[in-house]
Design a binder for this molecule. Sequence first.
Ligand SMILES: [Fe+2]
Length: 341
Amino acid sequence: MTELESAAKKLIEEIFAVRPGETVTITTDYDSNMTVTRAVADAAQNAGAYPMIIQCPTPGSVGKAADQDLPVEVLSAALSATDVWIEFNHQWLLYSTPYERAAADNRKLRYMCLVDFNEDLLIRTVGHVDTPQLKIFMRRVAELTRNARTMHVTTPAGTDVRFEIDPVHYVACDCGDASFPAVHMLTGQINVVPRFGSIQGTIVFDGCVTPPFGRIPDEPIRLTVEDGIITDVDGGVDARTYESYLRQFDDPGMLKMAHISYGFNPGAQLTGNIVEDERVWGATEWGIGYVSDVDAPPCGQDAVSHTDGICLRSTVWLDERCILREGVVVDPELAALAPKK
Ligand SMILES: [Fe+2]
């Protein structure tokens, strides 16, 4: 078995736990990698499932803005009836109308967003990962985070930020278990929505910032945050562009911090692809803008859009307990649970 075949088998059998007779729908566009697509379809067939590859011309945009380029009715019907939906699109369908209909109508749907995946990306972020051990480690980190009152994060680039954990908010843990109906993301991320208004300090993006860049900025972008609101943006040319980008929405929600995520995929590398960068081991990612009411009941955080940036080599304290130091797990209990790289 090749490394690609082995990674595809892991995705289908270990992560999705696909059973014989299930339907596995893989959506693609003309910019998708069809070698990966075919490998995953073959793995589904080998597991006794019915794979189905759907390919559309690449939409001009993503999410809801892609609707105008899509066969919305037919796509919605297929995705509303499938057991598993793996999205390998370049211009993602996440948050499009077919996605929203499938998520609302298909109670059995196990979905995962794997945009712009190629062979190497699947091999290093799925194939090479010790998923069973990672699950144990990540679930313990998520549990410790849920039970903490405060979180404090610093980085060598200058991040120094504190906030309160809100026990009502949902701590999502994507640790490689897509065996149950839900919207899943690539293995290796724990997401925390802080208590709104409690975030204080400095956040420095020294990894990929998307949108608008889709790459690492020319100089780190430094955000000053008071009571959860961005009051200053500093850095190089990209920092000025980023501040203009945030302010052009003319929406106070686009100056509010939304969430922080831990990156814990042992295979993820800094490549400028946000999906991979935000899972680089020991990085944290901050989102700005919209938060759903699922992540932060009862109302979420309203904003017209959402943008994310990465803080590399994070040091994290949960109350007084330091769990990560410059991206390395230093807490003895967690270090013993972490998968060997
Ligand atoms: Fe985000």
